[in-house]
Design a protein around this ligand. Sequence first.
Ligand SMILES: NC(=O)c1ccc[n+]([C@@H]2O[C@H](COP(=O)([O-])OP(=O)(O)OC[C@H]3O[C@@H](n4cnc5c(N)ncnc54)[C@H](O)[C@@H]3O)[C@@H](O)[C@H]2O)c1
Length: 261
Amino acid sequence: MKTLERASVIVTGASGGIGRATVEAFLNEGARVIMGVNRDEGCKDLEEKWGIERARMVRADLSNEQDIATLIDSAVKDFGSLDVLVNNGACLFPMKAMHEHVHEEFERIIAVNVRGLWLTCKYAYPHLKKSKGSIVSVSSMAGVAGERSHSIYSASKGFMNSLTKSMAIDYGREGIRCNAVALSSALVPNIDKMIAAQPNAAEIVQLRKDINLLGYTSVPEETANVVVFLASPKASFITGAIIPVSGGSEVGYGVKTYDYR
Ligand SMILES: NC(=O)c1ccc[n+]([C@@H]2O[C@H](COP(=O)([O-])OP(=O)(O)OC[C@H]3O[C@@H](n4cnc5c(N)ncnc54)[C@H](O)[C@@H]3O)[C@@H](O)[C@H]2O)c1
C-alpha cells in the first residue's frame, strides 16, 4: 500500500463524533470505508454523499460475535481486501467509581470494549496478514492514567492499550502495524448531550478545556487526522505506539495550577 487511495478500511462506531470524522478523513484520502454502526444508528447520509462504492454501512453490535464476523467479511466481500481496521466503537456510559457499578453495566462495558475489541481484531487478523495492513484503535488517556468516575471504562481502555502493544509485538514480522490514539477530551454530540444534562454543566465544559495545556476541547477532526496518518504508509515505521491526542494533558499539572508570587 503506497497511499490510502482505494484502501479498504473498516471504522467501527462510525456514526459517532470521532467515528464519523474518521470515516470522512479516510474518504478524503481516496479510501473505501465500511462504516460499522450499532443497531439503532446509521450513516445513510454518508452512503448517499459518497456512493456505496466508497462508503458502505454495515450494522454490527460489537457485543455480538456473529455481527463482528459479518462486519469484517463485508470489507473483503465488497472491496476485495481489508487494509485498515479502526477500532473506534465503544461503550462510554455509565461513568462511575468502581463500587458504584452493577453487574449489568460491568458486563456491557466488557462485552463491547474488551471482548468486542478482541473479536474484531481476531476476525480481521487473517485479512490484515494478507494485505500487510494495520490496526488503529481509538483509546483514551483514561486508559493510561486513570480518570475519576471512569473506573471500568478506564480499565477497558487500559486493555486496549496493552492489546495494541502485544499485537504489535506478535504481528510486526508479518507486516501488520498496530497503534492507538489516546484522547483526553473531544467535543462529540453524545458526550455534549450527557454533559448538558448535568447540574454543573458549565463547570464540566470548562474543566474539559482546562485539562488540556492548549486550553480548549478538541474537535473530532483533530483525532481523525492522526488516525489516518497512523494507518497510512507515512507512518510505516510506527507500531506499538499509544499516541496522545490530548493537547498535552499528560505532561504536567495543566492549566489549573496556582501561580506562585
Ligand atoms: N470524546 C471524548 O472526549 C473521548 C475521550 C477519550 C476517548 N474517546 C473514545 O473515542 C471513541 C469514539 O467516541 P466518541 O467520543 O466519538 O463518542 P460516541 O458515543 O459518539 O461514539 C461511540 C460510538 O460507539 C458506538 N457503539 C457503542 N456501543 C456499541 C456497540 N455495542 N456496537 C457497535 N457500536 C457501538 C456508538 O454507536 C458510537 O457510534 C470511543 O472509543 C471513546 O472511548 C472519546
